[in-house]
Design a binder for this molecule. Structure first.
Ligand SMILES: [Zn+2]
Ligand SMILES: [Zn+2]
Length: 105
């Protein structure tokens, strides 16, 4: 169990390094989120400011979906090719929708 956690952390760290080289402090388009409520599946964008304000009020809590108001959301990236939201749970080097390189553009 412990080694699985370590591996997961390593994979996330490696991914962050690979996909966001040296500039992950900049979110020019805001931060992308996907609602995991199966009845909702809302995709939404929070600016860095909005995200900061939410976290000030709800420290350590998941971001709330503005549509269904559930805090059942996961961070996402937007595919530079097809512009679909790809949640971190789905994340791979290529987009699951259009199969293009997620790091392009
Ligand atoms: Zn929702
Ligand atoms: Zn795509």
């Amino acid at each position: 169990m412990g080694s699985v956690v370590v591996l997961a952390v390593f994979a996330i760290g490696y991914g962050a390094w690979k996909w966001r080289p040296a500039n992950n402090q900049n979110y020019p388009d805001g931060t992308f989120w996907v609602c995991q409520n199966p009845a909702c599946k809302n995709e939404f964008v929070l600016t860095v400011k909005e995200l900061g304000e939410f976290q000030d009020k709800h420290y350590g809590q998941p971001v709330m979906c503005p549509k269904c108001k559930q805090q059942n959301t996961i961070g996402a990236e937007r595919c530079p090719s097809c512009k679909k939201f790809v949640s971190r749970a789905q994340r791979a080097a290529t987009c699951p929708y259009c199969k293009q390189n997620m790091n392009a553009g």
